[in-house]
Design a protein around this ligand. Sequence first.
Ligand code: PMV
Length: 331
Amino acid sequence: MKKADSIHLVLGERLLNSPTNQVVSAFAPSNIALCKYWGKRDAELNLPVTSSLSISLADRGTTTRLSVIDEARDKIDLNGQPVDLQSSFAKRVIDFLNLFRGPSPRYFYVDTHSNIPIAAGLASSASGFASLVLALNALFRWELSNEQLSILARLGSGSACRSLWSGFVEWQQGERSDGMDSVGMPIDTVWDDFCIGLLMLSTHEKPISSREAMQRTVVTSPFYASWPAKVQTDLGLIKQAIAAHDFDQLCKTAESNALAMHATMLTSWPPISYYLPETIKAMQSVWQLRAEGVPVYFTQDAGPNLKLLFVRADQARIQSVFQSLVCVSPF
Ligand code: PMV
């Protein structure tokens, strides 16, 4: 099954809608997985080996302004700067747009603004593709549901399918080979004092993309075989903890899940490590704070930065240790 078939299944006749002449604008939040997506069962459609669960970062994410232009190629800006169309960033966007051009090719001006660092493991591709799909939906008047948009966003970047909602979102892995049941599902809970702290340790581009790292892990890590069972256990614990507002169970499981994911990477060949010395040092400071009785946990994605999990009452204490911490209230 190809991406174009998947898009046809979602859009049907709407694929032929003409775009409006307007400039449309759409925002999608970044999301941080508490139970990670790591490994694909279908690399073309970004279908995952397991389900995963994330929390969205409220107003931290990507705004995409989109319009049709009378030119023979796309124009892409990122945070006010033109993007080289040969760059890997532009290629991913152009490949994705190619799927929606229709029989008489039309080109787009994609004006992207992100208030999170790009490609530093802060899930910028998730909010980027989700906001692009929302903008396409407005430009072409598709009037799709968030579930349908989630399927389209997944084709750009797997984790993007969780960025269509705020709060906690589960990406249900699905079983179908066409991926029509592999979709984000919001979890209806409000957790007022839940906080996420973004600990920026490096804003450099990551050494290896999550896409490549994931594939290498699946193929070469002797530990990967135990990953699906780990996710199944963690997902159950995390969903229970969300229902019971059990902060320690939720965050303990999230930290353990992230460490297990990185263990599969370290045992890949050639080995993959997103750790910088600063990452390890920050982890040790988190463990030290916990030893002193402060309930704070971390999670880490495909980059060196950490995201800290804590409740608002502990924010000042945690910020006295991590002075550059950017605190986000997801609810
Ligand atoms: O959606 P991708 O291809 O950028 O992969 C995301 C992978 C992780 O961020 C490490 C985990 C996750 O579930 O978001």
